[in-house]
Design a protein around this ligand. Structure first.
Ligand SMILES: C[S@@+](CC[C@H](N)C(=O)[O-])C[C@H]1O[C@@H](n2cnc3c(N)ncnc32)[C@H](O)[C@@H]1O
Length: 592
């Protein structure tokens, strides 16, 4: 009983109870017969309405922010039934004094599914009535079956409205958030859903992208018009989840930019989805049937204005509202015989995007969740462009079954070297046509990149695992199928590689990430590396660390490189690339 939110009192005073259910005119009526010793009027009124399955329910909300010990005219009543009505509550509490207002929260399917009980606020005319309600003998509960027989779990003074509203800072913040979204929406025509860990990098990347495309455009056109692939970042928001952020963009041609961003292999880890939208906001609420219907009607009007639409795909954020909106939209299409278009997830001619960009999150947000106007959406319709999908597949590396892994790894090393060049200028020219060593190379994306980018005549590809055939069959690949510890003496003694290795890259996943540096320094000490060798190391954290602990660990490892007496390390930079997971960094530099 206590685990389920009940009190010790309730546990001791468990009443005798019988439950009889009858089904008449589709109504399920449960009758609670409570022992006379602890009869409570609220119990009787609730008993008439209770009709839940016999599952154990817990009170919906932690009441921490809702209650106070300071007497007030408003009481917080936790753990009421899913079926009791305002009238029932009113008649129960009127016994203690005139009831001014009642607010029930949580009588919805979602709460029921989560096996939570609703709660309510009862506002009396005066504090003394509230006091009487609180001091009245507690209603009886039967904690074997809390959903039906618990009259309510708890009653306490609620935070009076005037006290709650004193927190103007919170309200101002909420207003500011809404105003910001309103400002973004007046220019936004593309929303991109980004992994929050990559948000800063993504914004920087798009700034660079925008500057480059505008410069190129001006150089070729010689005027100040906006280039099709320009893409200005207006701002970002956290999208209801701490892992995902929404970037609001104003693009020359949103369709073109959307395709370019989604097909850029470097961004594959960072971008989840993109939505082409019209400027402006619509009010609504996809969490309710009615709200869904209103938005579906807006989408229908938008669709009928476009005579080219034959089949539609609808993408919704958050996706949990997708099926409800689809049903509603489908219903509207079916009612209108004059419309020829259909909804189809594949082979569609047009795409509709619906994105929730704002939901009220200020004080009392739970109570306002289902209000018609507490959310804002951006919507849009765009044509499906297949040509660009074809370009996408052509650009990717076609491979065998491990092709995806090879491709992903290939672009990681590409991103690493290009990011380093963006920061430090072009790489040393004598890296081209030099000997390279790829440590932990399977399935082979990095080896492939070294061969293609630097035209290395020979890449020592070291890994106990197998390489993808598309890499192992390249004439430049020299696969030593063993650990680097075993390969080192062979390279020095049998392969005649002493002083030859000009590029050292390592993507090994090691329990102690410091070993990445140890292997590099050992290779240097043993004389395997050529002068001023270029290195790329991935530092991966395989044990759980907080972000700050991980960053300071990476820093220590990089320091180890700097302070070593056996080598002179220069131009070292640490990056968190799009291709790096959150617990992963890439360290790049030269070693002498
Ligand atoms: C993430 S994968 C590397 C992917 C690779 N960069 C590519 O382009 O496909 C890490 C590899 O490190 C290898 N590895 C782990 N410890 C190693 C060691 N001591 N010596 C050599 N390879 C090792 C693993 O077998 C694994 O194939």
């Amino acid at each position: 009983a206590i685990e389920n939110g009940g009190s010790i009192d309730a546990l001791i005073n468990t009443p005798t109870m019988a439950l009889i259910s009858l089904s008449t005119m589709n109504l399920f009526i449960a009758i609670l017969v409570l022992s006379l010793s602890c009869r409570h009027p609220f119990a009787e009124s609730l008993a008439a309405g209770a009709g839940l399955a016999s599952t154990t329910f817990t009170p919906l909300s932690s009441k921490i922010q809702k209650v106070t010990t300071t007497p007030s005219a408003r009481v917080f009543v936790a753990g009421i039934s899913h079926t009791c009505t305002e009238e029932m509550i009113k008649s129960t509490f009127s016994e203690f004094g005139a009831v001014q207002n009642i607010l029930i929260v949580g009588q919805d399917e979602a709460t029921k599914k989560r096996k939570r009980l609703p709660y309510c606020f009862v506002t009396f005319h005066d504090v003394s009535s509230a006091q009487r309600a609180i001091e009245a003998p507690k209603p009886c509960t039967n904690d074997d079956d809390a959903s039906i027989s618990s009259v309510y779990k708890e009653i306490q003074y609620a935070m009076p409205k005037e006290v709650r509203h004193r927190s103007n800072a919170g309200r101002a913040k909420e207003m500011e958030r809404k105003t910001r979204i309103e400002e973004f929406s007046s220019e936004t025509n593309l929303i991109v859903q980004v992994q929050s860990t990559h948000l800063d990098r993504m914004v920087e990347y798009l700034h660079r992208w925008n500057n480059n495309s505008q410069n190129n455009h001006q150089n070729t056109k010689g005027d100040n018009t906006v280039s099709d692939n320009s893409c200005r970042v207006l701002g970002s928001t956290n999208a209801n989840s701490r892992n995902v952020s929404m970037l609001f963009l104003s693009c020359g041609n949103p369709q073109l930019v959307s395709r370019m961003l989604n097909t850029d292999p470097l961004l594959a880890r960072a971008i989840n989805k993109s939505y082409i939208v019209q400027t402006g906001l619509i009010e609504g609420n996809l969490a309710t049937e009615q709200g869904c219907h209103t938005i579906a009607n807006t989408l229908f009007d938008m669709t009928t204005q476009n005579k080219d639409v034959s089949s539609l795909r609808i993408q919704v954020f958050p996706p949990k509202h997708q099926s409800r909106l689809l049903q509603s939209f489908d219903g509207i299409i079916n009612e209108d015989d004059s419309q020829q278009f259909t909804i189809s997830p594949k082979g569609f001619s047009h795409m509709i995007s619906v994105v929730e960009v704002y939901q009220y999150k200020g004080r009392g947000w739970e109570e306002r969740q289902l209000q018609e106007d507490n959310r804002l959406y951006m919507v849009g319709i765009s044509t499906a462009s297949l040509e660009l999908d074809v370009v996408d597949t052509n650009n990717r590396i076609a491979d065998d079954s491990s092709g995806d892994d090879v491709s992903r790894a290939y672009y990681k090393l590409k991103e690493a070297t290009e990011t380093y060049e963006a920061s430090r200028g072009i790489l040393d020219q004598d890296l081209y046509k030099s000997i390279a060593l790829d440590c932990g190379s399977a399935p082979g994306g990095w080896t492939k990149y070294l061969i293609e980018r630097f035209h290395c005549p020979n890449v020592y590809s070291i890994d106990p695992g197998s390489l993808a055939p598309s890499v192992s069959t390249l004439k430049e690949t020299r696969h030593l199928q063993m650990k680097i510890q075993d390969a080192l003496p062979i390279l020095l003694e049998d392969e005649g590689a002493t002083g030859q290795v000009k590029i050292w890259v390592s993507d090994m996943c090691l329990h102690d990430m410091g070993e990445q540096v140890d292997h590099l320094l050992l290779a240097k000490k043993k004389g395997l590396l050529a002068p001023n060798a270029f290195f790329v190391l991935t530092l991966k954290c395989v044990v759980g660390h907080s972000k700050s602990a991980f960053d300071s660990q990476v820093e220590k490892i990089v320091d180890k490189l700097h302070i070593t007496l056996s080598a002179n390390v220069v131009g070292v930079e640490t990056f968190h690339l799009f291709s790096n997971r959150s617990g992963e960094r890439t360290v790049i530099g030269y070693i002498n």
